[in-house]
Design a protein around this ligand. Structure first.
Ligand code: EPZ
Length: 423
Protein backbone atom coordinates (compact mmCIF):
# COMPACT_ATOMS: atom_id res chain seq x y z
CA UNK A 1 0.00 0.00 0.00
CA UNK A 2 1.35 3.42 -0.93
CA UNK A 3 2.13 6.23 1.45
CA UNK A 4 2.66 9.96 1.04
CA UNK A 5 5.81 11.57 2.43
CA UNK A 6 5.37 15.28 3.07
CA UNK A 7 8.07 17.79 4.01
CA UNK A 8 5.87 20.39 5.67
CA UNK A 9 6.14 24.14 5.90
CA UNK A 10 6.38 24.87 2.21
CA UNK A 11 4.22 27.84 1.17
CA UNK A 12 1.60 27.13 -1.49
CA UNK A 13 0.58 29.35 -4.37
CA UNK A 14 -0.54 28.98 -7.96
CA UNK A 15 -3.47 27.43 -9.82
CA UNK A 16 -5.11 24.01 -9.49
CA UNK A 17 -7.80 22.52 -11.74
CA UNK A 18 -10.69 20.83 -9.95
CA UNK A 19 -11.92 17.44 -11.23
CA UNK A 20 -15.46 16.21 -11.79
CA UNK A 21 -17.51 15.36 -8.72
CA UNK A 22 -17.11 11.80 -7.43
CA UNK A 23 -20.52 11.87 -5.76
CA UNK A 24 -22.21 13.13 -8.91
CA UNK A 25 -20.59 10.45 -11.11
CA UNK A 26 -21.53 7.70 -8.64
CA UNK A 27 -25.20 8.59 -9.22
CA UNK A 28 -25.01 9.38 -12.96
CA UNK A 29 -23.34 6.06 -13.84
CA UNK A 30 -26.04 3.72 -12.41
CA UNK A 31 -28.75 6.03 -13.81
CA UNK A 32 -27.74 4.82 -17.28
CA UNK A 33 -29.39 1.47 -16.40
CA UNK A 34 -32.74 3.26 -16.76
CA UNK A 35 -32.50 3.59 -20.55
CA UNK A 36 -30.96 1.13 -23.05
CA UNK A 37 -28.24 2.62 -25.23
CA UNK A 38 -24.98 4.55 -25.29
CA UNK A 39 -24.07 7.40 -22.97
CA UNK A 40 -21.05 9.68 -22.70
CA UNK A 41 -20.39 11.14 -19.23
CA UNK A 42 -17.73 13.84 -19.64
CA UNK A 43 -15.62 15.36 -16.83
CA UNK A 44 -15.78 12.02 -15.00
CA UNK A 45 -12.89 11.91 -12.50
CA UNK A 46 -10.38 9.05 -12.58
CA UNK A 47 -10.84 7.61 -9.08
CA UNK A 48 -10.95 4.21 -7.41
CA UNK A 49 -14.62 4.62 -6.55
CA UNK A 50 -15.44 5.32 -10.21
CA UNK A 51 -13.57 2.16 -11.22
CA UNK A 52 -15.46 0.21 -8.55
CA UNK A 53 -18.81 1.47 -9.91
CA UNK A 54 -17.70 0.64 -13.48
CA UNK A 55 -16.77 -2.92 -12.43
CA UNK A 56 -20.14 -3.31 -10.70
CA UNK A 57 -22.01 -2.18 -13.83
CA UNK A 58 -19.82 -4.45 -15.98
CA UNK A 59 -20.76 -7.41 -13.73
CA UNK A 60 -24.38 -6.71 -14.74
CA UNK A 61 -23.64 -6.72 -18.45
CA UNK A 62 -23.27 -2.97 -18.89
CA UNK A 63 -20.30 -1.97 -21.05
CA UNK A 64 -18.11 0.82 -19.68
CA UNK A 65 -14.84 2.43 -20.75
CA UNK A 66 -13.11 5.56 -19.49
CA UNK A 67 -10.82 7.57 -21.75
CA UNK A 68 -9.21 10.42 -19.86
CA UNK A 69 -12.22 12.05 -18.26
CA UNK A 70 -15.02 10.69 -20.42
CA UNK A 71 -16.89 7.61 -19.23
CA UNK A 72 -18.63 5.81 -22.10
CA UNK A 73 -21.44 3.49 -21.05
CA UNK A 74 -23.60 1.08 -23.08
CA UNK A 75 -26.55 -0.19 -21.04
CA UNK A 76 -28.27 -1.99 -23.94
CA UNK A 77 -27.77 -5.45 -22.48
CA UNK A 78 -28.15 -5.78 -18.75
CA UNK A 79 -28.06 -9.49 -18.01
CA UNK A 80 -27.57 -9.64 -14.24
CA UNK A 81 -29.56 -7.79 -11.61
CA UNK A 82 -27.28 -8.22 -8.67
CA UNK A 83 -24.74 -6.13 -6.75
CA UNK A 84 -22.59 -8.73 -4.98
CA UNK A 85 -21.00 -8.25 -1.58
CA UNK A 86 -17.49 -7.98 -3.01
CA UNK A 87 -18.47 -4.76 -4.79
CA UNK A 88 -20.74 -3.27 -2.16
CA UNK A 89 -18.28 -3.82 0.70
CA UNK A 90 -15.80 -1.63 -1.20
CA UNK A 91 -18.21 1.18 -1.78
CA UNK A 92 -21.58 1.90 -0.21
CA UNK A 93 -22.70 3.94 -3.21
CA UNK A 94 -23.14 0.59 -5.02
CA UNK A 95 -26.64 0.65 -3.57
CA UNK A 96 -27.48 3.25 -6.21
CA UNK A 97 -28.15 0.37 -8.66
CA UNK A 98 -31.18 -0.72 -6.62
CA UNK A 99 -33.65 1.93 -7.81
CA UNK A 100 -32.74 1.75 -11.52
CA UNK A 101 -32.79 -2.09 -11.63
CA UNK A 102 -36.21 -2.16 -9.95
CA UNK A 103 -37.56 0.55 -12.24
CA UNK A 104 -36.38 -1.01 -15.48
CA UNK A 105 -36.37 -4.77 -14.72
CA UNK A 106 -38.61 -5.13 -11.68
CA UNK A 107 -36.00 -7.01 -9.72
CA UNK A 108 -32.70 -6.49 -7.90
CA UNK A 109 -30.49 -8.29 -5.43
CA UNK A 110 -28.07 -5.92 -3.69
CA UNK A 111 -25.79 -6.71 -0.80
CA UNK A 112 -26.54 -4.70 2.32
CA UNK A 113 -23.77 -2.10 2.57
CA UNK A 114 -21.77 -2.54 5.73
CA UNK A 115 -20.76 0.33 7.93
CA UNK A 116 -17.69 2.35 7.24
CA UNK A 117 -14.66 3.44 9.24
CA UNK A 118 -16.66 5.88 11.31
CA UNK A 119 -19.79 3.94 12.05
CA UNK A 120 -23.12 2.58 10.83
CA UNK A 121 -24.45 3.71 7.47
CA UNK A 122 -28.14 2.66 7.46
CA UNK A 123 -30.18 2.33 4.27
CA UNK A 124 -33.66 2.19 5.83
CA UNK A 125 -34.79 5.35 4.03
CA UNK A 126 -33.87 3.82 0.66
CA UNK A 127 -35.85 0.65 1.42
CA UNK A 128 -38.88 2.39 2.94
CA UNK A 129 -39.09 4.71 -0.08
CA UNK A 130 -38.95 1.83 -2.57
CA UNK A 131 -41.57 -0.08 -0.58
CA UNK A 132 -43.85 2.98 -0.82
CA UNK A 133 -43.44 2.69 -4.60
CA UNK A 134 -44.77 -0.87 -4.39
CA UNK A 135 -41.57 -2.89 -4.27
CA UNK A 136 -41.42 -6.01 -2.12
CA UNK A 137 -38.18 -5.93 -0.14
CA UNK A 138 -36.80 -8.96 1.67
CA UNK A 139 -33.49 -9.24 3.55
CA UNK A 140 -31.89 -12.61 2.85
CA UNK A 141 -28.37 -13.60 3.86
CA UNK A 142 -27.09 -10.05 3.97
CA UNK A 143 -28.77 -9.20 0.68
CA UNK A 144 -31.63 -6.88 -0.17
CA UNK A 145 -33.92 -8.89 -2.48
CA UNK A 146 -36.34 -6.51 -4.20
CA UNK A 147 -39.14 -7.20 -6.67
CA UNK A 148 -41.86 -5.12 -8.29
CA UNK A 149 -44.13 -5.94 -11.24
CA UNK A 150 -44.37 -2.23 -12.00
CA UNK A 151 -43.62 0.47 -9.48
CA UNK A 152 -46.50 2.78 -8.69
CA UNK A 153 -46.20 6.46 -7.85
CA UNK A 154 -46.58 7.36 -4.17
CA UNK A 155 -46.16 10.16 -1.67
CA UNK A 156 -42.81 9.81 0.11
CA UNK A 157 -41.69 11.93 3.05
CA UNK A 158 -38.15 11.26 4.32
CA UNK A 159 -37.69 11.55 8.12
CA UNK A 160 -34.09 12.59 7.45
CA UNK A 161 -32.70 14.36 4.41
CA UNK A 162 -30.65 11.68 2.66
CA UNK A 163 -28.58 12.16 -0.51
CA UNK A 164 -28.51 8.46 -1.40
CA UNK A 165 -32.12 7.72 -0.57
CA UNK A 166 -33.30 10.75 -2.59
CA UNK A 167 -31.23 9.60 -5.56
CA UNK A 168 -32.35 5.97 -5.38
CA UNK A 169 -36.05 6.72 -4.94
CA UNK A 170 -36.03 9.41 -7.65
CA UNK A 171 -34.40 6.98 -10.11
CA UNK A 172 -37.11 4.43 -9.30
CA UNK A 173 -39.97 6.94 -9.53
CA UNK A 174 -39.17 8.22 -13.04
CA UNK A 175 -40.39 4.92 -14.59
CA UNK A 176 -43.14 4.20 -12.04
CA UNK A 177 -46.81 4.37 -13.03
CA UNK A 178 -48.33 7.69 -11.99
CA UNK A 179 -47.24 10.52 -9.75
CA UNK A 180 -44.64 10.50 -6.97
CA UNK A 181 -43.85 13.31 -4.56
CA UNK A 182 -40.63 13.15 -2.58
CA UNK A 183 -40.64 15.51 0.40
CA UNK A 184 -37.65 16.38 2.57
CA UNK A 185 -35.57 15.45 -0.49
CA UNK A 186 -31.84 16.20 -0.45
CA UNK A 187 -30.87 19.30 -2.43
CA UNK A 188 -27.13 18.62 -2.69
CA UNK A 189 -25.79 19.69 -6.12
CA UNK A 190 -25.07 16.04 -6.95
CA UNK A 191 -28.79 15.24 -6.59
CA UNK A 192 -29.77 18.29 -8.64
CA UNK A 193 -27.36 17.18 -11.36
CA UNK A 194 -28.88 13.68 -11.30
CA UNK A 195 -32.41 15.09 -11.59
CA UNK A 196 -31.38 17.28 -14.53
CA UNK A 197 -29.74 14.27 -16.21
CA UNK A 198 -32.92 12.20 -15.78
CA UNK A 199 -35.00 15.11 -17.11
CA UNK A 200 -32.76 15.29 -20.19
CA UNK A 201 -33.44 11.56 -20.71
CA UNK A 202 -37.20 12.31 -20.80
CA UNK A 203 -38.14 12.03 -17.14
CA UNK A 204 -40.83 14.42 -15.89
CA UNK A 205 -39.54 16.00 -12.68
CA UNK A 206 -40.70 19.27 -11.10
CA UNK A 207 -39.15 21.04 -8.12
CA UNK A 208 -35.54 20.24 -9.04
CA UNK A 209 -33.23 21.98 -6.57
CA UNK A 210 -35.93 22.08 -3.89
CA UNK A 211 -36.73 19.64 -1.08
CA UNK A 212 -40.05 18.74 -2.73
CA UNK A 213 -39.67 16.77 -5.94
CA UNK A 214 -42.71 15.89 -8.07
CA UNK A 215 -42.23 13.08 -10.56
CA UNK A 216 -44.69 11.93 -13.22
CA UNK A 217 -43.65 8.43 -14.27
CA UNK A 218 -43.07 7.74 -17.98
CA UNK A 219 -42.88 4.44 -19.86
CA UNK A 220 -39.37 4.81 -21.16
CA UNK A 221 -36.32 7.07 -21.17
CA UNK A 222 -33.69 7.76 -23.82
CA UNK A 223 -29.88 7.79 -23.44
CA UNK A 224 -28.32 11.26 -23.19
CA UNK A 225 -24.81 12.60 -22.75
CA UNK A 226 -23.96 14.62 -19.66
CA UNK A 227 -21.11 16.70 -18.22
CA UNK A 228 -20.31 15.96 -14.58
CA UNK A 229 -20.37 18.97 -12.24
CA UNK A 230 -17.10 19.94 -10.49
CA UNK A 231 -16.24 18.33 -7.16
CA UNK A 232 -17.13 20.82 -4.43
CA UNK A 233 -15.43 18.74 -1.71
CA UNK A 234 -12.17 18.50 -3.65
CA UNK A 235 -12.45 22.26 -4.19
CA UNK A 236 -13.07 22.90 -0.48
CA UNK A 237 -10.12 20.70 0.41
CA UNK A 238 -7.79 22.74 -1.83
CA UNK A 239 -9.15 26.01 -0.41
CA UNK A 240 -8.15 24.76 3.04
CA UNK A 241 -4.75 23.72 1.65
CA UNK A 242 -4.32 27.33 0.53
CA UNK A 243 -5.42 28.59 3.94
CA UNK A 244 -3.28 26.19 5.99
CA UNK A 245 -0.04 26.49 4.02
CA UNK A 246 -0.65 29.65 2.08
CA UNK A 247 2.37 31.75 1.22
CA UNK A 248 2.39 35.21 2.75
CA UNK A 249 1.20 37.34 -0.17
CA UNK A 250 0.76 34.33 -2.43
CA UNK A 251 -2.63 32.93 -3.28
CA UNK A 252 -4.14 29.69 -4.49
CA UNK A 253 -6.55 29.79 -7.44
CA UNK A 254 -9.01 26.96 -8.16
CA UNK A 255 -10.28 26.63 -11.73
CA UNK A 256 -13.03 24.44 -13.25
CA UNK A 257 -15.08 24.79 -10.05
CA UNK A 258 -18.57 26.09 -9.25
CA UNK A 259 -18.27 28.88 -6.64
CA UNK A 260 -22.01 28.76 -5.90
CA UNK A 261 -21.56 25.22 -4.50
CA UNK A 262 -18.92 26.49 -2.08
CA UNK A 263 -20.77 29.34 -0.33
CA UNK A 264 -20.67 27.85 3.19
CA UNK A 265 -16.96 26.97 2.94
CA UNK A 266 -16.05 30.36 1.47
CA UNK A 267 -18.00 32.18 4.19
CA UNK A 268 -16.24 30.26 6.98
CA UNK A 269 -12.81 30.88 5.42
CA UNK A 270 -13.61 34.62 5.27
CA UNK A 271 -14.63 34.49 8.95
CA UNK A 272 -11.24 32.85 9.61
CA UNK A 273 -9.52 35.82 7.99
CA UNK A 274 -8.75 34.56 4.49
CA UNK A 275 -9.23 36.84 1.50
CA UNK A 276 -11.62 35.17 -0.96
CA UNK A 277 -12.32 36.13 -4.56
CA UNK A 278 -14.71 34.31 -6.90
CA UNK A 279 -15.79 34.56 -10.49
CA UNK A 280 -16.90 32.49 -13.44
CA UNK A 281 -15.59 28.99 -12.74
CA UNK A 282 -12.90 30.06 -10.28
CA UNK A 283 -12.30 30.79 -6.60
CA UNK A 284 -9.12 32.33 -5.18
CA UNK A 285 -7.91 32.28 -1.60
CA UNK A 286 -5.46 34.77 -0.13
CA UNK A 287 -4.25 33.18 3.12
CA UNK A 288 -4.73 35.08 6.38
CA UNK A 289 -1.69 36.43 8.21
CA UNK A 290 -3.29 34.96 11.29
CA UNK A 291 -6.05 32.33 11.07
CA UNK A 292 -8.94 33.04 13.43
CA UNK A 293 -10.75 30.24 15.29
CA UNK A 294 -14.23 29.78 13.78
CA UNK A 295 -16.92 27.37 15.03
CA UNK A 296 -18.59 25.09 12.48
CA UNK A 297 -21.66 22.89 12.67
CA UNK A 298 -22.12 20.65 9.64
CA UNK A 299 -25.51 20.62 7.93
CA UNK A 300 -27.23 19.43 4.80
CA UNK A 301 -26.69 21.56 1.71
CA UNK A 302 -26.28 24.50 1.48
CA UNK A 303 -24.81 24.28 5.01
CA UNK A 304 -21.21 23.42 5.82
CA UNK A 305 -20.64 19.89 4.42
CA UNK A 306 -19.87 16.97 6.72
CA UNK A 307 -17.33 15.93 4.07
CA UNK A 308 -15.33 19.06 4.98
CA UNK A 309 -15.46 18.60 8.76
CA UNK A 310 -12.14 16.76 9.11
CA UNK A 311 -10.35 19.29 6.91
CA UNK A 312 -11.74 22.16 8.97
CA UNK A 313 -10.46 20.66 12.21
CA UNK A 314 -6.97 20.47 10.69
CA UNK A 315 -7.11 24.18 9.86
CA UNK A 316 -8.52 25.14 13.27
CA UNK A 317 -5.58 23.40 14.97
CA UNK A 318 -3.43 26.29 13.74
CA UNK A 319 -5.99 29.04 14.33
CA UNK A 320 -5.81 31.62 17.13
CA UNK A 321 -8.15 30.63 19.92
CA UNK A 322 -10.37 27.66 20.55
CA UNK A 323 -13.07 26.51 18.13
CA UNK A 324 -15.92 24.01 18.32
CA UNK A 325 -16.72 21.71 15.39
CA UNK A 326 -19.97 19.73 15.51
CA UNK A 327 -21.02 17.05 13.01
CA UNK A 328 -24.83 16.86 12.92
CA UNK A 329 -24.86 14.42 9.97
CA UNK A 330 -22.47 11.70 11.17
CA UNK A 331 -22.07 11.82 14.94
CA UNK A 332 -19.02 9.51 14.98
CA UNK A 333 -17.02 10.92 12.08
CA UNK A 334 -13.91 11.77 14.10
CA UNK A 335 -11.43 8.99 13.26
CA UNK A 336 -9.02 11.71 12.10
CA UNK A 337 -8.78 13.30 15.56
CA UNK A 338 -6.37 10.83 17.24
CA UNK A 339 -4.15 10.99 14.15
CA UNK A 340 -4.21 14.81 14.06
CA UNK A 341 -3.28 14.81 17.74
CA UNK A 342 -0.24 12.67 16.87
CA UNK A 343 0.86 15.61 14.72
CA UNK A 344 0.57 17.93 17.71
CA UNK A 345 -3.03 19.09 17.40
CA UNK A 346 -5.03 19.48 20.61
CA UNK A 347 -8.51 18.21 19.83
CA UNK A 348 -10.96 16.53 22.20
CA UNK A 349 -14.23 14.92 21.12
CA UNK A 350 -17.38 14.57 23.20
CA UNK A 351 -20.44 13.06 21.53
CA UNK A 352 -20.57 14.67 18.07
CA UNK A 353 -18.53 17.74 18.97
CA UNK A 354 -14.80 18.37 18.70
CA UNK A 355 -13.17 21.13 20.71
CA UNK A 356 -10.03 22.37 18.95
CA UNK A 357 -7.48 24.33 20.97
CA UNK A 358 -5.74 26.41 18.32
CA UNK A 359 -2.29 27.90 18.09
CA UNK A 360 -0.58 24.51 17.95
CA UNK A 361 2.77 23.98 16.33
CA UNK A 362 2.30 20.80 14.34
CA UNK A 363 5.27 18.49 13.95
CA UNK A 364 5.62 15.70 11.42
CA UNK A 365 4.92 12.05 12.31
CA UNK A 366 3.68 8.78 10.78
CA UNK A 367 -0.12 8.84 10.64
CA UNK A 368 -2.70 6.36 9.44
CA UNK A 369 -5.49 7.02 6.95
CA UNK A 370 -8.81 5.56 8.02
CA UNK A 371 -11.28 7.02 5.55
CA UNK A 372 -11.32 9.35 2.60
CA UNK A 373 -11.83 12.75 4.22
CA UNK A 374 -9.87 11.89 7.37
CA UNK A 375 -6.90 11.15 5.10
CA UNK A 376 -7.32 14.53 3.43
CA UNK A 377 -7.16 16.25 6.82
CA UNK A 378 -3.91 14.44 7.62
CA UNK A 379 -2.35 15.66 4.38
CA UNK A 380 -3.47 19.22 5.09
CA UNK A 381 -1.96 19.05 8.59
CA UNK A 382 1.22 17.55 7.12
CA UNK A 383 1.54 20.49 4.74
CA UNK A 384 1.65 22.82 7.74
CA UNK A 385 3.64 20.60 10.11
CA UNK A 386 7.36 21.09 10.63
CA UNK A 387 9.49 18.16 9.51
CA UNK A 388 8.33 14.99 7.76
CA UNK A 389 4.82 13.56 7.86
CA UNK A 390 4.12 10.11 6.43
CA UNK A 391 0.46 9.44 5.63
CA UNK A 392 -0.02 5.67 5.35
CA UNK A 393 -2.62 3.69 3.36
CA UNK A 394 -3.32 6.39 0.82
CA UNK A 395 -5.63 4.08 -1.12
CA UNK A 396 -8.32 5.78 0.96
CA UNK A 397 -7.41 9.06 -0.74
CA UNK A 398 -7.28 7.51 -4.19
CA UNK A 399 -10.97 6.71 -3.77
CA UNK A 400 -11.96 10.36 -3.94
CA UNK A 401 -9.07 12.64 -4.92
CA UNK A 402 -7.61 12.49 -8.42
CA UNK A 403 -3.78 12.77 -8.36
CA UNK A 404 -3.88 14.82 -5.18
CA UNK A 405 -0.11 14.70 -4.73
CA UNK A 406 0.50 15.97 -8.28
CA UNK A 407 -1.99 18.81 -7.81
CA UNK A 408 -0.34 19.78 -4.51
CA UNK A 409 3.15 19.56 -6.06
CA UNK A 410 1.85 21.98 -8.71
CA UNK A 411 1.15 24.45 -5.89
CA UNK A 412 4.63 24.09 -4.41
CA UNK A 413 4.06 21.37 -1.82
CA UNK A 414 6.86 18.90 -1.11
CA UNK A 415 4.84 15.67 -1.21
CA UNK A 416 5.85 12.35 -2.76
CA UNK A 417 3.93 9.11 -3.25
CA UNK A 418 6.07 6.17 -2.11
CA UNK A 419 4.91 2.90 -3.56
CA UNK A 420 5.31 -0.01 -1.28
CA UNK A 421 4.14 -3.06 0.53
CA UNK A 422 2.71 -2.98 3.96
CA UNK A 423 3.39 0.33 5.62
C1 EPZ B 1 -23.57 10.90 0.55
O1 EPZ B 1 -23.62 9.70 1.31
C2 EPZ B 1 -22.12 11.07 0.15
N1 EPZ B 1 -21.70 9.93 -0.64
C3 EPZ B 1 -21.24 11.18 1.39
O2 EPZ B 1 -19.91 11.48 0.94
C4 EPZ B 1 -21.72 12.36 2.24
O3 EPZ B 1 -20.96 12.39 3.44
C5 EPZ B 1 -23.21 12.18 2.58
O4 EPZ B 1 -23.97 12.03 1.35
C6 EPZ B 1 -23.77 13.37 3.35
O5 EPZ B 1 -23.63 14.52 2.59
C7 EPZ B 1 -22.10 9.84 -1.93
O6 EPZ B 1 -22.81 10.69 -2.44
C8 EPZ B 1 -21.63 8.63 -2.69
P1 EPZ B 1 -26.94 10.38 3.38
P2 EPZ B 1 -25.05 9.06 1.70
O7 EPZ B 1 -27.86 9.28 3.01
O8 EPZ B 1 -26.01 9.24 0.60
C9 EPZ B 1 -28.64 8.95 7.52
C10 EPZ B 1 -17.61 11.19 0.74
O9 EPZ B 1 -16.73 11.45 1.58
N2 EPZ B 1 -29.35 7.93 6.74
O10 EPZ B 1 -27.21 11.77 2.91
O11 EPZ B 1 -24.81 7.69 2.20
C11 EPZ B 1 -27.14 8.75 7.54
O12 EPZ B 1 -26.77 7.85 8.56
C12 EPZ B 1 -18.88 10.50 1.19
O13 EPZ B 1 -17.55 11.50 -0.47
C13 EPZ B 1 -30.27 7.11 7.38
O14 EPZ B 1 -30.49 7.23 8.58
O15 EPZ B 1 -25.46 9.99 2.93
C14 EPZ B 1 -26.63 10.14 7.81
O16 EPZ B 1 -26.70 10.43 9.19
C15 EPZ B 1 -18.81 10.05 2.63
N3 EPZ B 1 -30.92 6.16 6.65
C16 EPZ B 1 -27.63 11.03 7.08
O17 EPZ B 1 -28.80 10.22 6.87
C17 EPZ B 1 -30.72 6.01 5.30
O18 EPZ B 1 -31.38 5.15 4.68
C18 EPZ B 1 -27.17 11.52 5.73
O19 EPZ B 1 -26.76 10.39 4.98
C19 EPZ B 1 -29.79 6.85 4.67
C20 EPZ B 1 -29.12 7.82 5.41
Amino acid sequence: MDKFVIHGGKPLSGTVKISGAKNASLALMPATILAPGSFSLSNTPTLRDITTMAHLLESMGVKTSQQNHTMSIDSSRVSRFEAPYEHVKKMRASIYVLGPLLARYGKAKVSMPGGCAWGPRPVNLHLEGLKKLGASIELEGGYIVANAKRLKGARILFDVSSVGATGNVMMAAVLAQGFTTIENAAIEPEITSLAEFLQSMGAKIQGIGTSKLQVEGVDELRPKNVTTIPDRIEAGTFLIAGAIAGKKGGKVRLENCTPAHLNAIIAKLEDAGAGMRRGDGFVEIQPADEIKGVDVSTAIYPGFPTDMQAQWIALMSLAKGTSVVTDTIYRDRFMHVPELNRLGADVTVRDNTATVVGGQKLTGAKVMSTDLRASASLILAGLAAGGITEVLRVYHLDRGYESIEKKLQGLGADIERVKGEEF
